[in-house]
Design a binder for this molecule. Structure first.
Ligand SMILES: Nc1ncnc2c1ncn2[C@@H]1O[C@H](COP(=O)(O)OP(=O)(O)O)[C@@H](O)[C@H]1O
Ligand SMILES: [Mg+2]
Length: 443
């Protein structure tokens, strides 16, 4: 584990901890391991950000920490005591909030206190305070439909803060908001937290936005997927350095990028001097394809070529007018296909990638076909089985059912959709929408 340079505020007291937490979903026959032996100590005074690819079990982990669901093995400790049931010291903010349309803003906030024993007057008073604090004072009597997205999310925050929780768990709280609204709310939250205007003593925030994590947190955790585990732990920037676009900030963003764009690499090998927290599972049984259309991928490769075929990740995101999270899956797809790579904080095209970016339509298809066959296991497998099948047709469901042994149904569908999309582009196989069958075209 990387030794952490905690800020001065961070005390030794551990408010919430997870010990050897594993979680399976599914039935007795087909179990999917979603979290594998995850451990975490959340200290008094600490703001921890949790990053990781979609489906890596981040939300599941938060729900286990809140006591909303039980781990399959391992245990949660709240203030040192084993947690039984939901954790009264914890409140959660979700990406989008289910606000009750027939209740006013204030009444929606009051719902946060439903489970606690407070008098009606107390409930009202505390809710008014939370509503004021979060900038909703003018809207207490409004109904949700009258609110903008940003205001709705403020209700979400107020509903969590009215509990005066010791620990605040936030699951992508800013990601459904437009850029400016998110920036605003982020800033206000940080101020409430730093100036101790809220009694909250520790925050754990899930985000897929690297810059957001680096700009806010004292400590960063990076989850890996299949199964979900902590791949890396990194100290955050010192308070004063956060949010500045200077060297320290760029370096840390690059480092996290590097880890996330190399999902199957041992972190210790990526970063000299670092030790990985949980070793990668030896030999992944399957790849995880980013869900990207060929158009997006082609566009990315072309634009990267125009930038000279190699660019600092942070600058590339800026030049291509993409957020870090948009660039990440593109770099990953290019890497899987052997057309790109991420190296020392740079994103670059391989020689094949450069050939692809400058080729005409037909050449492109051929390059893509070869790269996909050589590098994408699922596409190779589909192609091989179609060749072996008597009529060269196999139902989509056959492949999907098999993928469901390794992925959730939803993810299995997306993996197959991506493979079909890529395979069709490379003219490796075709898809019959009506019959729901994959087939090989004549000739
Ligand atoms: N209640 C559930 N039943 C079955 N599978 C689930 C359930 N909740 C989540 N999963 C699966 O567990 C995996 C992790 O999900 P989640 O915790 O939401 O990941 P993240 O928040 O990192 O995107 C996914 O494959 C998801 O489909
Ligand atoms: Mg989630």
């Amino acid at each position: 584990m990387i030794v952490n340079d905690f800020g001065a505020r961070v005390g030794q007291r551990v408010l919430l901890s997870a010990r050897g937490v594993s979680k399976y979903f599914g039935n007795a026959k087909d179990n999917i391991l979603v979290l594998d032996n995850v451990g975490l100590d959340l200290h008094d005074g600490e703001f921890v950000a949790l990053l990781g690819p979609s489906g890596s079990g981040k939300s599941t982990f938060l729900r286990i920490l809140a006591g909303l669901i039980q781990p399959s093995s391992g245990e949660i400790f709240a203030d040192g005591a084993p947690l039984r049931g939901t954790n009264p010291q914890v409140a959660m903010v979700f990406q989008s909030f289910a606000l009750y349309p027939w209740l006013t803003v204030l009444q929606n906030v009051e719902l946060g206190l439903l489970a606690t024993r407070v008098s009606t007057e107390d409930r009202r008073e505390r809710s008014l305070r939370a509503t004021d604090m979060i900038g909703l004072d003018g809207s207490a009597d409004d109904y949700p439909k009258e609110l903008s997205g940003g205001m709705k999310q403020r209700v979400g925050f107020a509903r969590a803060l009215v509990v005066e929780p010791e620990v605040l768990l936030m699951d992508e709280p800013f990601s459904a908001l437009d850029v400016l609204t998110a920036e605003n709310l982020r800033h206000e939250m940080l101020e409430l937290w730093r100036e101790r205007k809220i009694p909250t003593r520790a925050i754990l925030m899930v985000t897929h936005n690297i810059a957001e994590a680096v700009g806010m947190a004292d400590r960063l955790l990076v989850f890996g997927a299949n199964p979900g585990r902590i791949r890396a732990e990194l100290p955050g920037l010192p308070f004063d350095a956060r949010g500045r676009r200077d060297g320290a900030q760029t370096n840390l963003v690059d480092t996290v990028y590097l880890i996330m764009t190399n999902p199957n690499e041992d972190v210790a090998r990526l970063l000299p001097g670092a030790r990985s927290v949980q070793e990668p599972v030896p030999s992944q049984p399957y790849q995880v394809l980013p869900h990207l259309s060929i158009d997006d991928l082609t566009g990315f490769l072309e634009r990267l070529q125009r930038l000279g075929g190699r660019e600092d990740l942070y600058k590339a995101a800026h030049e291509l007018q993409m957020s870090a999270d948009e660039l990440l899956p593109l770099a990953e797809a290019a890497d899987i296909l052997g057309m790109g790579d991420v190296e020392q904080g740079d994103v670059l095209l391989t020689e094949t990638g450069q050939r692809f970016a400058t080729a005409d339509v037909l050449e492109r298809k051929e390059i893509f076909r070869n790269q996909a066959l050589a590098n994408v296991a699922l596409i190779r497998q589909i192609k091989g089985e179609l060749e072996a099948a008597p009529d060269h047709r196999i139902s989509e469901e056959t492949f999907r059912t098999r993928l469901e042994r390794s992925f959730s149904p939803e993810e299995a569908r997306r993996q197959l959709d991506t493979a079909i999309d890529w395979g069709r582009y490379g003219e490796l196989f075709a898809f019959d929408d009506n019959a729901g069958e994959l087939f090989l075209e004549e000739g």
